[in-house]
Design a protein around this ligand. Sequence first.
Ligand code: SAM
Ligand code: SF4
Length: 487
Amino acid sequence: MGIETLAGQAAVVPAPAGRHGHLGSFAANASNVATASDAHLTNPAISTETSDGKKSFYLETFGCQMNAHDSEKVSGVLLGRGYRAEENPALADLVLYNTCSIREKAAQKVFARLGDWKTVANGKIIGVLGCVAQQEGEEIFERAPWVSLVCGSASYRKLPELLAQLEAGGRRVTGLDLDTDETFETEITRRDNLIRAYITIIEGCDYSCAYCVVPHTRGPERSRASDAVIAEARRLADAGYSEIQLLGQTVNSYRDPSMRKWSFVDLLRAVATVPGIRRVRFTTSHPNDFYREIVEAIDETPALCDHVHLPVQSGSDRVLRAMRRTYTREEYLQKIEWIRAAKRPISVTSDIIVGFPGETPADFEESLTLLDAAQYDAIFSFTYSPRPYTSAKDLPDAVPEEEKSRRLAVLNERQRQIQIANNEKLVGETFEVLVDARHAARGQWTGRSSSNRLINFTSTRENLLGEYISVRVTRGGPNSLAGEHVL
Ligand code: SAM
Ligand code: SF4
C-alpha cells in the first residue's frame, strides 16, 4: 500500500524510518539554470549509479501535513524517474530538505542541516524545497554554495523539468514562481502512512494574516477540480486505504474550478460516499469560511469524522483585528456553538499564538477565557515569531521573549486542566478505533477515534493493525485515553 499510481495499481514501497521519513518537492528559473554544456559547472554525482543500478535520494521533511504530503508527491516523482529512496543521507546521490519557515526556529534548523554538508558534499546534489526555498530564494546559494537546487512549493509542478536539468549536469536550478494557477499533480505519489492517506484539495492562501509567511511561500489560493479529487479518492480506496484526510491551508475555502462548481460541502459529501472510504478528515478550516452546512454534513454523513480543527489564534478582538483574522471572538464562538449543537459530539481543536505585538496582559487573559468557553479537545500553541514578508514584522510593542514563554506555559497549563477534566468524563464510553500502531514492550495497541482522540488499549487479539475495532475507555489522561478492546 506504500505507493499509489494513477492507474490504480498498488505496490509496496516501505517508508524510510526515523527523521528520514518523508520526501519533498521543487521547480526552475531560467536565469540561474546551468546546462550540460557548462562543462566547468557540471556535477557528475547525479549520474553515479549505485550497486542496484539506481540513483538514490534522501528526503527529510520539516513542518506541517501539507509539507509531509508534498514530500510524498516528490518521492513519487523521483521513484517514477528510476531513483530509489535511501535512508542514509551520506549514501544518497540526491539529498533534499523540504523545509518550513512558519517560525524562525524551523527555518534556522534547515541552515544547520545544510551546514553539515559544507566540507563533505562530495559532488552530491543538495536541494532545498518548500517554504525556506521560496522565502530565501537564490540567497541560499550565497549562504550555502554547495546547494544545487532551490524550489518553492508553488513551483513543484516543474519538478520533473528541474530534475532533468540536474541529470543533464546542471549545477544550479531554481523554481521560485508564485504566479501559477496550477496545482502539483503527480502520476505517482509515494504514501508514507499505511493507514491514512492525504489528498490536497486546495493550495496556497488568499488571506493575509499579519503574522503569517504562508501566502508568500505557497502563493495564491488554487483549488483542484472536483473530478481529480474524487478520482484520487477512488484510487486510494482501490489501493486499500479507508481513511482520507483532505488538505489545504484553508481547506474549507475550496471552490471547484470545474464546470460542476462544487462547494466544499459538496466535495466532502462526495468523497465520503466513495466505496471503501470509511473516514474522511479535513484540515485546516478557516473560521471565516466555516458554515453551518459543514456541521450538517458531518451530522448526516457517518464517514465524515466528528472532528474540526478551527484555529482561533487569539481570544481578544483587539489582537484578532491586529492579526487581520477577519472574525471577532463572538463570531468565532458562535461557530463553536453550531458545532456543539450537532446531533453527535464533534471534537474541536485549535491553534493559538501568544505574545503577538501589543498583546497586553488583559488580551492574553481573553485567550485564557476563550479556552474555558471553547472547551477544546486539544490545541497547538505557539509564541509569536516575527517573519519576513509579513505585515506584523515591524509592528511596535514587541512582547519580550521571556514573557511570551511565560504566557505559553500558563496557556498550556489551563488547557491541560480542561483536557484532564473532559477526558475523565469519557471513562466508560466506547469508541470505534482505527488501529495504527503496536507497542510490544508495553503490550499495548494505539489507534484513533473518528474524533481523532488517541487511545492506547489492550487486547487479547493479534494482528489488529489497520482494523476498525471497539474500545471502551478505562482512564482519561491529559493527552490520551486508555482502554480495552471490546470483543
Ligand atoms: N491556515 C491556518 C489558519 O488560518 O489557521 C494556519 C496554518 S499555519 C501553517 C499553522 C499555524 O502556525 C497557525 O495557525 C498559527 O497558529 C501558527 N503560526 C503561523 N505564523 C506564525 C508566527 N509568525 N508565529 C507563531 N506562530 C505562527
Ligand atoms: Fe496563514 Fe492566515 Fe493563510 Fe492561515 S489563513 S495560511 S494563518 S495567512
